[in-house]
Ligand binder design. Structure first.
Ligand SMILES: *[C@@H]1O[C@H](CO)[C@@H](O)[C@H](O)[C@H]1NC(C)=O
Ligand SMILES: *[C@@H]1O[C@H](CO)[C@@H](O)[C@H](O)[C@H]1NC(C)=O
Ligand SMILES: *[C@@H]1O[C@H](CO)[C@@H](O)[C@H](O)[C@H]1NC(C)=O
Ligand SMILES: *[C@@H]1O[C@H](CO)[C@@H](O)[C@H](O)[C@H]1NC(C)=O
Length: 437
């Protein structure tokens, strides 16, 4: 943290202090009936036609290539948790979530990120902001906006990311990592409004968020910041505990399809036939959702996770923002070999140059059933969880070998309802058709 503190010039902090005026707080909106049960929000893939980042000139393969590149950027950030440095920002997420902040409510579009906690949006006056489509949030126009003072619990409970402005008047925050992605600003509270499907709205007063005045890195402009859905105290899931009861779930559709869903509270229950659950393993930082991967079956051949490298409990992070699944080299090689020996098609090099096992085909192909064995939960994957089309003639295994940190990425989660329960400490899965609601 001290590293990033130097980046803030005292003179600039004073400037911010003078220009952001504190407006008296009015009583917050009452919570709606729905807030006591749950809510459901649309998630937009950042490359889908509904997203401001949508580029109609890109082919699906080019979009995928961009997503893969982001995936690797993101991996670098996850690796930071191997160092004693909890302030990591994961900006590589793929799904955007709409919410509003302030009174009157101003729309914002955050990357829904299960790999980070604090929610932040770019704010005026801005020292360094990336271009965004939506107007920047102007705290001085919100009657419910407040800066958090340094001595408030909301500042002191996050010593990893917060520090005092020079005049000790307000709590500044910084999250960042050496690859260039970062956010810095004023830790603040304001009313957060979420629009649930069915046009119901839920307003949450005194939501702790970052008003970012120095932000940059791998952002593309469709977004105005990040929505933190991690397991830490500052995350949206935990701050809305009265509503979420520590539960959220999502059902992701593939890139070009329509909206995915993000559910909170009662709406987030994963119930019915075929639900499987696996324990969440708690390790520091509590931001990341760690599961235990025991092995993967290809057909009836069971391949075990070996003890070398990442071993034992909590050996894989489940993440909605990483595209590919990243497996330890040994397990990856076993899976690749098992598939190679059962798929008798011409192999080609990945035209994108990213993936290792690719076949020349314009069609879907038959492959043995792939089952992922999490502790206590066997997941039978669908064809499109395993293979991804990287061009009109190539179909590739949607996984990569990595040295140390395994990640269960979002392609493997498409068309599963994935439910997180932070109270019971479980992650549940159920096969679903996420495109229909
Ligand atoms: C709010 O702040 C912006 C600069 O960030 C300034 O241009 C604007 O005039 C201010 N508005 C009010 C009502 O103070
Ligand atoms: C902020 O402070 C309030 C009042 O002390 C507390 O209820 C809330 O949990 C705090 N929020 C966070 C994110 O720490
Ligand atoms: C997605 O929604 C648009 C309208 O918003 C509709 O025209 C299109 O058919 C939908 N696509 C799918 C795959 O459902
Ligand atoms: C693949 O699609 C591109 C355009 O999308 C086309 O130009 C190319 O000829 C196609 N390649 C093959 C082998 O069909």
């Amino acid at each position: 943290m001290s590293k990033t503190m130097i980046l803030l010039k005292p003179t600039l902090i004073t400037y911010i202090a003078l220009t952001i005026s504190l407006v008296s707080m009015s009583k917050s909106d009452p919570l709606t009936e729905e807030s006591t049960t749950g809510l459901t929000i649309d998630l937009i893939h950042r490359d889908s036609p509904q997203s401001p980042s949508y580029d109609p000139l890109l082919t699906p393969a080019q979009r995928l290539a961009n997503a893969l590149r982001r995936s690797f950027n993101r991996l670098q950030r996850f690796k930071a948790d191997r160092l004693p440095q909890p302030d990591i920002i994961n900006s590589g997420g793929e799904y955007l979530m709409k919410y509003s902040i302030g009174t009157p409510a101003v729309p914002s579009l955050g990357i829904a990120d299960t790999g980070s906690d604090i929610t932040w949006t770019q704010c005026q006056p801005c020292l360094k902001c990336f271009k965004q489509e939506l107007p920047l949030f102007q705290p001085n126009t919100s009657s419910t906006y407040r800066k958090i003072p340094c001595n408030a619990a909301n500042c002191t409970s996050f010593p990893e990311i917060t520090f005092c402005s020079v005049r000790r008047k307000k709590c500044l925050y910084t999250e960042g990592y050496g690859d260039g992605s970062f956010t810095q600003g004023v830790l603040s509270t304001d009313t957060l409004t979420l629009a649930s499907t069915g046009r119901k709205r839920v307003s949450v007063p005194n939501f702790v968020f970052g008003c970012g005045f120095r932000n940059g890195g791998t952002f593309t402009g469709g977004e105005s910041g990040i929505v933190g859905l991690g397991g830490g105290k500052a995350s949206l899931v935990r701050q809305l505990g009265f509503l979420t009861r520590g539960k959220f779930s999502y059902c992701l559709v593939s890139v070009s399809d329509n909206t995915s869903k993000l559910n909170f509270g009662a709406n987030a229950e994963v119930l019915g036939r075929g639900v499987v659950s696996t324990p969440m393993v708690m390790k520091s930082p509590e931001t990341f959702y760690r599961l235990t991967l025991e092995g993967i079956s290809v057909g009836n051949q069971r391949l075990e996770m070996s003890d070398s490298g990442v071993s034992g409990e909590g050996n894989i992070i489940i993440d909605s923002g990483t595209t590919l699944t990243l497996l330890p080299i040994d397990l990856y090689n076993q899976v690749e070999n098992a598939l190679k020996s059962s798929i008798k098609l011409k192999r080609i090099k990945d035209p994108q140059g990213v993936l290792d096992l690719c076949y020349f085909t314009r069609n879907d192909i038959r492959i043995p059933e792939v089952t992922v064995h999490f502790k206590g939960a066997d997941l039978k994957l669908r064809h499109d969880n395993v293979l991804v089309r990287t061009s009109n003639v190539s179909l590739c295994l949607a996984a990569k070998p990595v040295q140390d940190l395994a990640i269960y990425g979002y392609l493997a989660q498409v068309n599963f309802l994935v439910g997180y329960d932070l109270v019971k400490r479980t992650v549940s899965f159920k096969a679903a058709d996420c495109g229909r609601s």
